[in-house]
Design a protein around this ligand. Structure first.
Ligand SMILES: [Zn+2]
Length: 462
């Protein structure tokens, strides 16, 4: 899942990438070649192709002497763990590097070209997964290979976790954080599947994100039952009306606005990028956390929606059984994205209160635990900012909270901080195509991401 708002392309960088495509240097040829192979394995749920990617990556790591590899089958997919042990006595706890190998379904008929045939065109690499998350996965592989060949000696273990079902069940990460924890325990994790940078179409920088928090995913059912009867004799109580009234109350309900260290940093940076009423509202809210009127103005902005509080929304509906019968059952599905650290039980209680006593509210689905924002560690923030500034001096690097959930949730849930970091930049909104059609990554951005990972690892593990 990739949900950061920063995802973009400078006009100058686009021009440079055109020249680049003509003459690549040897390391770039190797990275492009691996990326091509990786994108062309269609690791969609149910196709059984993840093991083929695991074999390819196992061979790639092994050829460089990185042979401490565990392949973990689960369900009809696989995850893999690779450890590069510290050379000499470790002077710090391990760090964990995360990516996922699976991709969202892509249909040939819907795309301009075959989503699983890699192509380079117009300064972009095209294909399903080219952004989410095969660019990040390839950058982790290539940066480690380059460091190894360069004689780099890590002072701490570097552990790699590549999961095989992030886009669906999320079992790879869940199992890693529980059953396989001894293989992956780390001081903190860097997740390539979040953040990155953005530029507008005319090259104005939008900044880079640093994901430290994600909202909690919970789904609830609203159920109303009724005796029913003949529709020619309507009763005063009706399951459909009662449910509809509950949903109307939910529509107008606003959860209490909240801030944490991450969103404070985010809105402080955003208030400087914006002008007018929205910037005023951000400043007002930061000055007074209880100014819910200011928070409501921010929440109403499509760019900020979901960032100020818990949000719940009706997503499915069913009810009744015949055109000429009073409904005996009416049911709605309500999906919630809960603010980090808020107990889902509290949200359930609030929903029940909104729905009223005639409506039964129950949790019907969940993903991960409710986790607090990871603290903004100076070493991680510093290494990431330095690597970005080396390429884009003065670029804003802004803490960010994902409104969706990623593999990171399971590690935050056991107290291992997770940082979504990525050197990938996209042109916004043109290139924001993760999970969508004709997914692509600027050629320059793909190669720069490898350099960013190499720099970060030199700093954090050297
Ligand atoms: Zn992803």
């Amino acid at each position: 899942m990739r949900t950061g708002i920063f995802a973009g392309l400078a006009a100058t960088a686009l021009l440079a990438s055109g020249a680049h495509a003509a003459q690549k240097e040897a390391p770039e040829v190797e990275a492009r070649d691996l990326f091509k192979q990786v994108v062309e394995i269609p690791t969609v749920e149910g196709r059984g192709e993840v093991p083929r990617l695991v074999k390819l990556l196992t061979a790639k790591f092994s050829a460089e002497g990185l042979t401490e590899i565990s392949v973990k089958p689960h369900g009809d997919t696989e995850s893999m763990i690779v450890r590069w042990a510290a050379e000499g006595p470790a002077t710090a706890e391990p760090i964990l590097l995360m990516a996922h190998m699976d991709v969202v379904e892509a249909k040939r008929a819907d795309w301009a070209d075959d989503p699983f045939i890699f192509r380079e065109k117009d300064g972009y690499y095209w294909g399903r997964g080219s952004v989410d998350n095969k660019a990040g996965m390839t950058a982790i592989v290539m940066s480690l290979i380059r460091l190894k060949r360069d004689g780099f000696k890590p002072k701490r273990d570097i552990i790699v976790l590549f999961t095989g079902d992030e886009e669906t069940a999320g079992d790879g990460s869940r199992l890693a954080a529980t059953e396989w924890i001894d293989l992956v325990r780390a001081e903190y994790a860097l997740n390539s599947d979040a953040s990155g940078g953005g530029f507008t179409a005319d090259g104005k920088p939008l900044g880079y994100g640093l994901q430290t928090a994600e909202k909690t995913y919970r789904t609830y059912s609203f159920t109303v039952t009724n005796k029913g009867g003949h529709s020619s004799k309507p009763r005063p109580d009706n399951a459909i009306y009662e449910l509809a009234n509950a949903l109307t109350r939910l529509e107008s309900h606003r959860f209490t606005p909240m801030l944490n260290e991450t969103t404070r940093g985010y809105f402080a940076a955003r208030s400087e990028q914006e002008t007018g009423p929205i910037a005023d509202a951000m400043r007002r809210w930061l000055a007074d956390e209880n100014d819910s009127e200011a928070a409501d103005i921010i929440e109403a902005d499509p760019k900020e929606v979901g960032l100020t509080r818990t949000r719940c929304v009706a997503t499915k509906l069913n009810g009744g059984h015949a055109d000429n019968a009073l409904p005996q059952l009416a049911q709605a599905t309500v999906n919630c994205r809960i603010f980090p650290g808020v107990e889902p039980a509290k949200v359930l209680a609030e929903l029940q209160q909104i729905a009223g006593t005639g409506v039964k509210v129950e949790q019907s689905d969940s993903f991960g635990a409710s986790t607090p924002a990871s603290p903004l560690r100076a070493d991680v923030v510093g290494a990431y900012t330095k690597a970005i500034h080396k390429r884009f001096p003065g670029m804003a690097v802004v803490p960010s909270m994902s409104t969706g959930a990623t593999d990171g949730v399971f590690f935050r849930g056991i107290g291992i901080p997770v940082y979504g970091v990525s050197g990938v930049w996209l042109k916004i909104p043109e290139d924001a195509r993760a999970h969508g059609l004709d997914e692509r990554i600027p050629v320059e951005s793909f190669h720069m991401n490898i350099d960013v990972w190499e720099d970060m690892l030199r700093e954090l593990a050297g």
